[in-house]
Ligand binder design. Structure first.
Ligand SMILES: [Zn+2]
Length: 138
C-alpha cells in the first residue's frame, strides 16, 4: 500500500512560472521543478538557511529536505546543460492559510487579518485561498 506523502509547507508562492532558455533550446522537452524543490533552493541558496533551518521551515525531516534539494539542483543543472525550459509546478505542498488568489485579476496576495474579504488590487470578492487555487489548476 503506497504511503501518502505529507504536504511540504511553502511560505510564499514563486513570483514566476518558470525560466526560459536564452539561445539554442531543446524545444521538445521541459524540466518540471516541483514547488517544494523551488522552495528548497530559495531557502538554502537564496536565503542562506542551513538545511536544519530549511527543514523546520518546510515541515519535513532533514533527510527529506536533503533529497528534495538534491533533486532540485539536478533539475536546474539539467535545464542549463541540456537547454531545456524550467517550469515550476506541481508537487506535494501546502501554503500557509493567509495566502489568497483573486479570480478576477489573478493577483496573489497574503493577509494576516482575516476580516477583509476583498482583493487589495481590484476589490473583487472573488478570492480563494492559494491552496484552493493550486488544487483546481491540474
Ligand atoms: Zn483582484
Amino acid at each position: 500500500m503506497p504511503r501518502k506523502k505529507r504536504d511540504r509547507r511553502l511560505l510564499a508562492p514563486p513570483a514566476i512560472k518558470g525560466l526560459s532558455v536564452y539561445g539554442p533550446k531543446n524545444r521538445s522537452e521541459q524540466v518540471v521543478l516541483y514547488f517544494e524543490e523551488y522552495e528548497a533552493i530559495k531557502l538554502l541558496d537564496y536565503e542562506n538557511m542551513t538545511q536544519e533551518e530549511a527543514a523546520v521551515c518546510m515541515d519535513v525531516s532533514r533527510p527529506t529536505l536533503t533529497r528534495i534539494y538534491e533533486s532540485a539542483r539536478n533539475k536546474v543543472a539539467q535545464s542549463m546543460v541540456e537547454g531545456k525550459d524550467l517550469i515550476i509546478r506541481g508537487g506535494n505542498f501546502q501554503f500557509d492559510d493567509n495566502w489568497f488568489y483573486c479570480n478576477n485579476c489573478q493577483a496573489k496576495f497574503n493577509r494576516l487579518v482575516e476580516t477583509d474579504k476583498t482583493c487589495p488590487v481590484c476589490n473583487s470578492l472573488e478570492i480563494i485561498t492559494l491552496n484552493e487555487y493550486y488544487s483546481e489548476e491540474d
